[in-house]
Design a protein around this ligand. Sequence first.
Ligand code: ADP
Length: 209
Amino acid sequence: MLLGGDNFVMKGGDMVSGRSGAMLSYVVNVSLRRLELVLGDITEQAVDVIVNAANRRLAGGGGVDGAIHRCGGAAIMKETREKYPDGCKTGSAVASNAGNLKAKYVFHAVGPNWYYEPDRFDLLGLAYGSCLKLAVNLGCRSVVFPSISTGSYGYPIAESSVVAIKTVGDFLKSVDGVNSSLEFVRFCLFSESDFAVYRESVDNYCKDN
Ligand code: ADP
């Protein structure tokens, strides 16, 4: 099966370097659409939607949230303050402009804190799923996620990646045959070890489905 990504063409099951030589990528087809992994900084991604791992107050913070606001500029926070003064519930997501980022939207998704939320498993799936529904409703072609909740919110990455990949994979299958603009969903992982964990979850998902 020949699979294609943005910057490369590869065989499924192989991990390859993209043209830059520095960018690791991994791609599988799920029904008619692609599920992709890349290693890198999410603020450099050129896609329709960049997902932010936000907090409930949409107040900005460290980690990926800080990087997105820093690189995207003040227009993002201006819009979220105006449109969502009450913030966003855990397990949900809201859309804003993407400021200076190479995207149409930033979706601010609130994942569960591993230490404080007993329903963390369901809430993590809901956070990913909310973004996917929003993307389809807004007619988006491409979405890139960070690994939600696995930084300061403490969700172990091996467990969270299973939820993330299953939620996205099942969603891609569910929109199969639906007249949706969605072409691919990508995870942008920030370290080689995170990338390897996600890759294993993708392989396991493909084996089971
Ligand atoms: P959370 O509070 O949801 O845990 P964090 O931002 O602390 O969010 O971490 C979520 C994940 O995002 C972590 O795996 C972290 O390594 C990763 N991350 C941090 N900065 C970036 C970035 N610029 N691009 C992609 N991933 C990032």
